[in-house]
Write a protein that binds this ligand. Structure first.
Ligand SMILES: *Cc1c(COP(=O)(O)O)cnc(C)c1O
Ligand code: SF4
Length: 453
């Protein structure tokens, strides 16, 4: 029949829909002018890292002084009430503040990541613990987690240019809040010495994730010293600096010459030693990427610095096919490689931001093929209790009714089953009730493990 004819008939692709090129449109307007406190700030001033750091919003009072009557009193009250049940303190850069649509702050995907509203909060999942990935349990020295055989996670400091509501490290990062007393991970010579000594003593370690907190906060000389000390260890073949910075304060890449030069020197020295030093950043939404982001990233690229992205899947932020597709295309356009999309960890006070496993699996299925395979992120579940990262699709068992997924992790811990749980508010009401009952809860978990065997 016509099958062969159809296959072999020459076909022309219809012209591209302009919508499909939206990822190339990067804002270059003076978008901060609609914020009362920034209305008179010119582009040169606004796009300097000093201005951005000095004018960070760190309290509800400050938010009110910056936004004035741009939003309603109800909204401020929602923020203040939300903060009382939040594991993270507030810190938002003027850049991000200005990109939020304050005409509709309740639905804005950038606001949702940094400001918690009381009306949105959901009850915590009964299986939630403060350090849900057990990073402290796998730490041979303070601030260094050695879970995978050949690589370690080194938390070099505990501050960030912004504080994200959804931070997995809310057990350590940022100031204490009404809700959480933190582990102390300040920049401290002795702690750094101990961590480096440990890495030195373990020949199997080839790879270091330098994270925090956020190394954007390191001074140029601290960054260079740390980079050089790691490069000096023979068996270290590669490491990455992990930073949210380019997504929230891209100005630093354009105006903080000392810092960018220090980073460049470490990368260059590494290259001469045949070692790879790269930057991993953390864009979650395409609206975080503007013209100034492009300027900053171009500067790194022209110096030969590789940049990859790790995003977190969040409800109402990026859990839609269109948003995730646009994010991945925009990152790829700027030659930032979308490496991972993480399912949201179980973090206190942030249940409303979590999605079901099913949400993410469906998005992944729908967008694979959008761009080259090396620019398609792997969707990752970091299993509870320290099983480590798993390809979300690779579950042994997933019950969409109870929201229980079971994974194994042969390299990290053979013969153990690890869980991930969908947020309760996405489940049927009778199932939610079962979760609140201790006996029923254990029964559901035992059944899931049985089914996984
Ligand atoms: C994520 C992570 C790493 C790095 O894992 P990759 O898969 O190489 O990105 C290393 N150690 C810990 C504890 C981690 O959580
Ligand atoms: S920048 Fe990273 S470490 Fe800091 S609060 Fe955000 S997610 Fe946590």
């Amino acid at each position: 029949m016509a099958i062969t004819e159809e296959v072999y008939a020459p076909r022309t692709k219809p012209p591209v829909d302009p919508e499909d090129l939206a990822h190339r449109e990067l804002r270059r307007d003076e978008f901060w002018r609609h914020i009362p406190a920034f209305a008179d700030i010119d582009a040169h001033t606004f796009h300097s890292h000093i201005f951005q750091m000095r004018h960070s919003i760190t309290s509800v009072g400050k938010l009110m002084r910056v936004l004035e009557n741009r939003v309603s009193n109800d909204f401020y009250q929602e923020v203040a009430a939300g903060l009382q049940h939040a594991p993270m303190s507030v810190r938002i850069s003027p850049y991000i503040t200005s990109l939020i649509n304050w005409d509709d702050p309740y639905r804005d995907p950038l606001r949702k990541q940094f400001l918690s509203l009381r009306c949105e909060q959901e009850r915590d999942h009964p299986e939630l613990h403060l350090d849900s990935l057990n990073e402290l349990g796998d730490a041979p020295v303070a601030g260094l987690t050695h879970r995978y055989p050949d690589r370690v996670l080194f938390l070099v400091l505990d501050t960030c240019p912004v504080y994200c509501r959804f931070c997995t490290r809310s057990y350590a990062v940022g100031l204490n809040t009404e809700d959480v007393e933190k582990v102390n991970l300040r920049v401290n010579r002795e702690r750094w010495d101990n961590a480096i000594e440990y890495i030195q003593s373990r020949p199997e370690i080839e790879d270091v994730v330098v994270s925090g907190g956020d190394m954007y906060q390191l001074k140029a000389d601290q960054l260079e010293e740390l980079g050089n000390r790691l490069l000096n260890i023979d068996h270290i073949r590669r490491f990455r600096f992990a930073t949210k910075g380019p997504a929230v304060l891209p100005q630093k890449l354009v105006t903080d010459d000392a810092w960018v030069d220090a980073l460049t020197r470490v990368v260059d020295r590494g290259r001469k030693m045949h070692k790879e030093v790269v930057l991993h950043t953390h864009f979650n939404h395409p609206a975080e990427i503007t013209g100034i982001t492009q300027d900053g990233l171009n500067r790194l690229q022209s110096r030969g610095i590789t940049i990859r992205n790790q995003a977190v899947l969040q409800s109402g932020v990026n859990n839609s096919i269109e948003t995730m597709r646009l994010l991945i295309k925009r990152l790829s356009y700027l030659n930032v490689q979308p490496y991972y999309v993480y399912f949201h960890d179980l973090v206190r006070g942030v249940e409303d931001l979590r999605t079901t496993l099913d949400d993410g699996l469906a998005i992944e299925k729908a967008i694979r093929g959008t761009t080259s395979g090396f620019n398609m992120p792997t969707f990752i579940v970091d299993t509870l209790g320290g099983g480590g990262k798993r390809d979300a699709h690779s579950y042994e068992y997933y019950n969409r009714e109870t929201g229980i997924a079971v994974y194994i992790s042969p390299v990290v811990k053979p013969d153990t089953f690890f869980f991930y749980f969908d947020p309760l508010w996405r489940l049927r009401e009778d199932i939610q009730a079962r979760w609140q009952d201790d006996v029923e809860r254990e029964k559901m978990k035992a059944e899931a493990i049985e089914a996984a065997r």
